[in-house]
Design a protein around this ligand. Sequence first.
Ligand code: MN
Length: 204
Amino acid sequence: MSTYPVVDIPTLLQISPQGGIDGRSRRYEKYIGDMEGVYRDNAAWESAVGEHGADHLVYWVDDHRYQEGSGALITGTSTLLPGRYGDEFAMTRGHLHAIADRAELYYCLSGRGVMLLETLDGQSSAIELTPGQAVNVPGHWLHRSVNVGDEPFTTLFCYAADAGQDYAVIADAGGMKNLVVADGEGWMLRPNPDHTGYRAFDAD
Ligand code: MN
């Protein structure tokens, strides 16, 4: 009988600055039709669906994973295409980790974006990222990527394999507390008038 633990095999991952991993476990794609209710300007979203078709690609993710346990990491790239819906910039759905204390690293590989961050009890942060810059997202922070540039915004991410994603927490609150909107050539935060506050959560 072996007295050694089962171990996974180290794997070389070839990462493209424009997104994509040779050696990935999976790739998934999000289409504009999947984004219903995400943007506050629903008419602008509907108009974009009409213009581009519901199967128009808006972001895609490659990831690499081995085991599911709390000690393992999921590593991947996220590529968010540029766009505008009214004055809101293109963004991901955003989430809180299902195991909320799990942290995540986002390192910008290309493009220009903002990591929009909020806590359930009302704290808020927005950190702009350009290539070479990273955000170490602590546990208990909801996070969403926003593309505030004209090119695809690609990040390398890494988080605990057991973290999971809770997307409903944002949808149930009428969206995040802040919107990232156009301001001249740049961006600014604007309070989301539809935001109701996040639902109560168990202290444990
Ligand atoms: Mn995450």
